[in-house]
Design a protein around this ligand. Structure first.
Ligand code: PRP
Length: 211
């Protein structure tokens, strides 16, 4: 796997990964069979210089940090939450959304009480409320976070908002924006030293695409 002339690329499974892969494709890096819809996990380009693999979006940074992938694409949310030791090469300007605090319509914070916060992002939520000196109780969930305030499991949620339709359809509102999120091209630190030329070529291809 760690061939000096082959770059291992971790792509996030899903819509964002498909968009990212199409940029590689347009830049001349395509791998046969990648769209065949089978159960195969690794795809190589014809020249054998690039190897793509699909991983769970939240795992991309783990592969890159540990060098199993030389580069990958991860959301800023994951980078802020897990703080992997990787280089952030480029903001790809896709997968745009925001991290926000939301609650039931008409919610009013009673600051004399500990605020119950449901989230998939305990570090981001913890850091945000610590910076405001607000005492909170974090309830870590793994999905469908919007259910928590509806069922009175929490007062608020800290979660990703993209179109806002999940909030709207569940009578929830956004109260505070914590930060903007988008997809980032990240690199393993030692790969950046040894495979820099190829990585820079890929960065340029993405920059062209973003113009
Ligand atoms: C994310 C996020 C929100 C939703 C926001 O969930 O956690 O639930 O998307 O998108 P919207 O503002 O466009 O409605 P995801 O689809 O990743 O699934 P999850 O509920 O399992 O986290």
């Amino acid at each position: 796997m760690s061939n000096k002339y082959c770059l291992n690329v971790a792509l996030p499974k899903g819509r964002l990964g498909e968009k990212v892969y199409s940029v590689f494709e347009r830049a001349g890096f395509s791998a046969e069979g990648i769209h065949d819809g089978g159960r195969k996990l690794i795809f190589e380009n014809a020249e054998g210089t690039l190897r793509f693999f699909w991983v769970k979006p939240s795992d991309v940074a783990v592969y890159v940090e540990r060098g199993a992938a030389d580069i990958g694409v991860a959301g800023k949310d994951i980078l802020l939450e897990y703080r992997p030791d990787v280089y952030e090469l480029l903001d790809l300007g896709i997968g745009k959304c925001r991290m926000a605090v939301a609650a039931k319509n008409g919610f009013c914070d009673d600051t004399s009480r500990t605020l119950r916060v449901a989230t998939k992002f305990p570090n981001i939520a913890g850091g945000y409320y610590r910076s405001m000196g607000r005492k909170i109780d974090i309830i870590k969930l793994n999905g469908s976070i919007e259910l928590a305030p509806i069922l009175d499991l929490s007062d608020v949620i800290v979660d990703i908002v993209e179109t806002g339709s999940t909030l709207r359809e569940n009578d929830l509102s956004e109260y505070e924006k914590i930060c903007d999120i988008s997809a980032r091209l990240v690199a393993n630190k030692s790969s950046w030293k040894f495979k820099r030329e190829m990585m820079e070529k890929i960065c340029r291809a993405f920059e062209e695409e973003m113009k």
